[in-house]
Design a binder for this molecule. Structure first.
Ligand code: DAH
Length: 339
């Protein structure tokens, strides 16, 4: 009996099963009611008592072997079946929709790239600021009427903790921590308590620039801004500086670029002036240097700041500022970017 079990075992081990039909045949032969395994258990009843133990062990081993082989093959065939049902390897891959960058981010990166090529590095600062970094260090004295130029959001009714109203606060943080020469470009969100309309919003984006070294002059400022304007709006672009006032610069100016829509001839975008105002700038006021511990006798510098929304609106002729914040895909999908 032991010998018989051994030879069945060998036959099972060597048996090849290549298809579900062959597996069914295998099951019939060995595991069905009238199959070899049941037959052997029938024969087992006649085994003399003294051999029962060893034959019993061998028979159980055979039983386990048969079941394991059957289950493994069953699993293998069902997986193969599933794959062939689901996978059509000849199908073309489904197109992957990457989406696009927000136009504010596209232009923000463009501006940063231009200034990076001129040697500026990006600097950052907090959106929740203190009065010192937003106003006092920038030469806005207490009760100075210039503070009314910007409608400030206060945190928990505290007069000293505010949402920054401009990215010029980052200038202060940079000057407090870095030693000249300094060349930074500071992008960020800013907040002003204004009613939302097509031309104003309570949240928007600015980019601030700051350049400090020995012998920095207004001519350097002009040249940096001319290069920037031509890179952003095209090489035929002209710039014009008009005298202006900011507490933190002296002298101060506002910069216009020649209208990129009509080439300066006059159209409804530039209101028939041929010029578009895009930024404020000036030479860093000596009082600002004094508040951050930089010697205004040794160093001079210039700063400039611009709203990103305004530049995007001019570049793409967008008429309503609210589009930027509404996340309407019909608007956003028009801006596909490479980066
Ligand atoms: N901070 C000004 C604003 O929000 C913009 C500005 C003007 C920044 C002149 C500057 C500057 O750095 O020099 O309106």
């Amino acid at each position: 009996m032991l010998q018989k079990i051994e030879s069945v075992k060998e036959a099972v081990i060597n048996r090849t099963v290549l298809s579900p039909a062959e597996l069914e045949q295998f099951r019939n032969e060995y595991l069905s009611k009238k199959g070899i395994l049941n037959q052997l258990f029938e024969d087992f009843k006649a085994v003399p008592a003294e051999e029962k133990k060893s034959v019993g062990i061998a028979l159980n081993e055979l039983k386990t072997l048969l079941h394991e082989k059957f289950e493994a093959l069953k699993l293998q065939f069902s997986q193969e079946q599933e794959l062939s049902n689901k996978t059509d390897l000849t199908r073309p891959a489904s197109p992957f929709n990457w989406g696009g960058r927000h136009p504010i981010n596209v232009v923000r990166k463009e501006i940063i790239d231009i200034f990076s090529r001129l040697g500026y590095v990006v600097a950052d600062g907090p959106e929740i600021e203190d009065d010192w970094h937003v106003f006092s260090a920038l030469n806005f004295p207490e009760e100075h009427p210039a503070r009314d130029m910007q409608d400030t959001f206060f945190i928990n009714h505290r007069p000293d903790i505010i949402l920054r109203t401009h990215t010029s606060s980052i200038q202060v943080r940079v000057m407090e921590t870095m030693k000249p020469p300094i060349r930074v470009i500071c992008p960020g969100r800013v907040f002003r308590n204004e009613a939302i309309s097509a031309r104003a919003h309570c949240i928007f984006h600015q980019i601030e620039g700051l350049y400090i070294d020995k012998n920095v002059s207004f001519a350097d400022l002009k040249q940096n801004l001319l290069v920037f304007a031509r890179e952003l709006f095209g090489e035929k672009t002209q710039i014009r500086l008009r005298p202006s006032y900011f507490p933190f610069t002296e002298p101060s100016a506002e910069m216009d670029v020649s209208c990129s829509i009509c080439g300066g001839k006059g159209c409804n975008v530039c209101k028939y002036t041929g010029w578009l105002e895009i930024l404020g700038c000036g030479m860093v006021d000596p009082n600002v240097f004094k508040s951050v511990g930089i010697d205004p006798v040794i160093y001079s510098g210039f700063a400039f700041g611009m709203g990103i929304e305004r530049i995007v609106m001019l570049k793409y002729q967008i008429k309503d500022l609210r589009h930027f914040f509404e996340n309407d895909l019909r608007f956003l999908e028009q801006f596909q970017s490479q980066f």
